[in-house]
Design a protein around this ligand. Structure first.
Ligand code: UT7
Length: 334
């Protein structure tokens, strides 16, 4: 935990993008030994989006960023830093962030880098952005949270293939009106759980090609039980730590909205119980998009904004956990 300077740093614009192709639970029934009923009751997922051939994390990141800039009424050259939070980019070098900078047509040498904190990536990225802005180094930072996990799925592994999906979102951060923006945060990692979610290598532009990995494609593996245990413990705790960091006597009951990582609706229900909050205080869109890792939080923020639940004055928490095992929560007033 670390104290947040009270300089008002918040969201100037938001955008999100998901691939067009829909993969339903019924489609998965044809691919692996599972059922729509099992997936809905055990996870809350009904369908998810999957990249078209040739589409990947960079394309999702570029379109999300373009929409966030449009929402902020800014051009790419108004941005001082680009952070792309992902662990499933097509290439390890160049970074996804540099490719987004090129795709957006930047004419200035805007610094750009990727940040890998798995599903906690977007909240980590917003924290890094806020630190740069608070210290006066940069004025406006574009933070993108995106993953294209379908590229790294073993489609015969029902433990993972029913959960993960592709999509993402982006935000422009900068100075906002006093009393709004980032109020508190809690970032953490428990490396003792490092083996719970693993992807041995990334950066394969065409992971389906037989020659890409000498015939072996790197796919994601997960110990679902260990992650579930960690998640149910950490989600509520991280929000409470971020509230304590915000000070002002803020309590969970004061939050208008909680925007959690969309990994499993049962994990969100357990956080609601721990925080003693009704489920209608949580933003849930896992039914439509599944788990897009670093993409879930900006995607859910964007949905909440479009539904009118996230509006000027809303006091909200974002919270996530994931591979690493990492976790992150922050408290904001829109
Ligand atoms: O972003 C972070 C990423 N990861 C997570 O957040 C994952 C956290 N973990 C989970 O969400 C859950 O552990 C899973 C959804 C992965 C699994 O749910 P579960 O309730 O822990 O199921 P389970 O592994 O205990 O399996 C229960 C039963 C087993 O059958 P038996 O032994 O009771 O006959 C499994 O073989 O369900 C079976 N099963 C399935 N059945 C149909 C496991 N996966 C499936 C499946 N379809 N996809």
């Amino acid at each position: 935990m670390c104290a947040v300077d009270k300089t008002a740093i918040g969201f100037l614009g938001l955008g999100a993008y998901v691939p067009e192709r829909v993969l339903t639970n019924y489609d998965l029934e044809q691919m692996v030994d599972t059922s729509n009923d099992w997936i809905v009751t055990r996870t809350g997922i009904r369908e998810r989006r999957i990249c078209a051939p040739g589409e990947g994390a960079v394309a999702i990141a570029t379109e999300s960023a373009r929409r966030a800039l449009e929402d902020a009424k800014l051009a790419v050259d108004d941005i001082d830093l680009i952070i792309c939070c992902t662990f499933t980019s097509e290439t390890l070098c160049p970074s996804a962030a540099c490719q987004v900078q090129r795709n957006l047509g930047a004419t200035r040498p805007i610094p750009a880098f990727d940040l890998a904190a798995a599903c906690s990536g977007f909240i980590y990225g917003c924290s890094v952005a806020a630190s740069f802005i608070r210290s006066g180094v940069y004025r406006r930072v574009l933070v993108i949270g995106v993953d294209a996990i379908s590229k790294f799925i073993d489609w015969s592994d029902r433990n993972t293939c029913v959960l993960f999906a592709d999509g993402g979102g982006a935000a422009v951060l900068g100075q906002v009106e006093e009393g709004h923006g980032l109020l508190g945060q809690s970032l953490g990692a428990d490396g003792s759980g490092a083996d719970a979610i693993r992807l041995l290598s990334s950066g394969v532009a065409d992971p389906f090609s037989a020659t890409a990995m000498n015939g072996h494609r790197s796919t994601i593996t997960m110990n679902g039980h260990d992650v579930f245990k960690f998640a149910t413990r950490i989600l509520g705790t991280a929000v409470e730590e971020a509230l304590a960091d915000a000070g002002q006597g803020l309590k969970a009951a004061d939050l208008d909205l909680i925007i959690p990582h969309q990994a499993n609706v049962r994990i969100i229900e357990s956080a609601a119980k721990k925080l003693k909050l009704p489920m209608d205080r949580f933003v849930i869109n896992i039914d439509k998009f599944g788990n897009t890792s670093a993409g879930t939080v900006p995607l859910a923020m964007n949905d909440a904004r479009q539904d009118g639940r996230l509006k000027p004055g809303t006091l909200f928490a974002v919270v996530a956990f994931g591979g690493g095992l990492t976790y992150a929560a922050s408290i904001w007033r829109w």
